[in-house]
Design a binder for this molecule. Structure first.
Ligand code: 13P
Length: 254
């Protein structure tokens, strides 16, 4: 079965939710649904990013399903005395093919910087995994008209020095901080036009894809995916129930 060129990426990070049993159940149901609806696999690139604790189990359930499994974070060093951290070779060993890097929650609460995101992107590429680099600006920056410059600086800093071949393996997710989570509100299509034009203008043809994330729901997914500059969606809450995620995949499949 061939996936059509340019099929949108539609993925979810579970953040710090789900037990091992819940993760397995979701993954098993997803694999069954994709087997029953091959159209979804042809027309969408699904990815699921469980917490580290469920990574191996979810990857095992989703083997051969066409779903890319990712880790929510990984350290830039391959091994060593970094208590509490997990390396790229370790998440690869557990079944991850993708590593999420620089989510705003990690930048805000865990000291992620442009320098650490750059080191993590490099480590991820070095081991042949796909980096999913997340960038986004706070509301004050948006209000001051600085969104595009802010996110371009984050992307430039994280991808500085990569070869064109390496750049071509990077996924970028634009997730305005003010749009993420319970206290966020979804960005509107007009609000996204300038930031996406800036990202696509500088990185669109050089990176693998540029996704949108932040309060994506079943009722705004179609209009976001209809934007020429949006290559996919990165979803939190609206995809944490399997039915919700399947609904988004079906919307994206058209
Ligand atoms: P929500 O979809 O819950 O706003 O989260 C988005 C996000 O942070 C995905 O990384």
């Amino acid at each position: 079965m061939e996936r059509i060129d340019g099929a949108p990426w539609v993925g979810t990070s579970w953040k710090m939710t789900k037990t091992l049993a819940e993760g397995r159940e979701f993954a098993r149901g997803l694999a069954e649904a994709l087997a029953a609806e091959p159209r979804l696999r042809e027309r969408v690139r699904p990815f699921v990013i469980p917490p580290h604790t469920a990574l191996a189990a979810v990857a095992a359930e989703l083997e051969g399903s066409g779903v890319v499994v990712g880790a929510q974070n990984a350290h830039w060093e391959d091994a060593g005395a970094w208590t509490g951290e997990v390396s790229v070779p370790q998440v690869a060993d557990a079944g991850a093919a993708l590593v999420e890097i620089g989510h705003s929650e990690r930048r805000e609460h865990f000291g992620e910087t442009v320098e650490t995101t750059a080191a993590k992107v490099a480590a991820t590429l070095r081991h042949g995994l796909t980096p999913l680099l997340c960038v986004g600006e706070p509301a004050e920056v948006r209000d001051a008209g600085g969104s595009a410059e802010h996110i371009l600086a984050q992307v430039r800093g994280a991808l500085d020095g990569l070869s064109e071949e390496e750049l071509g393996r990077v996924l970028v997710a634009y997730e305005p901080i003010w749009a993420i989570g319970e206290h966020g509100r979804p960005a509107t299509v007009p609000e996204l036009e300038a930031p996406f034009a800036a990202l696509q203008g500088e990185f669109g043809s050089r990176t693998a894809a540029i996704l949108y994330g932040g309060s994506v729901h079943q009722d705004n997914a179609a209009e976001l995916l209809a934007m020429d500059d949006v290559d996919g969606l990165f979803v939190g809450r609206a995809a944490w129930r399997l039915e919700g995620y399947l609904e988004l995949l079906r919307l994206a499949a058209g």
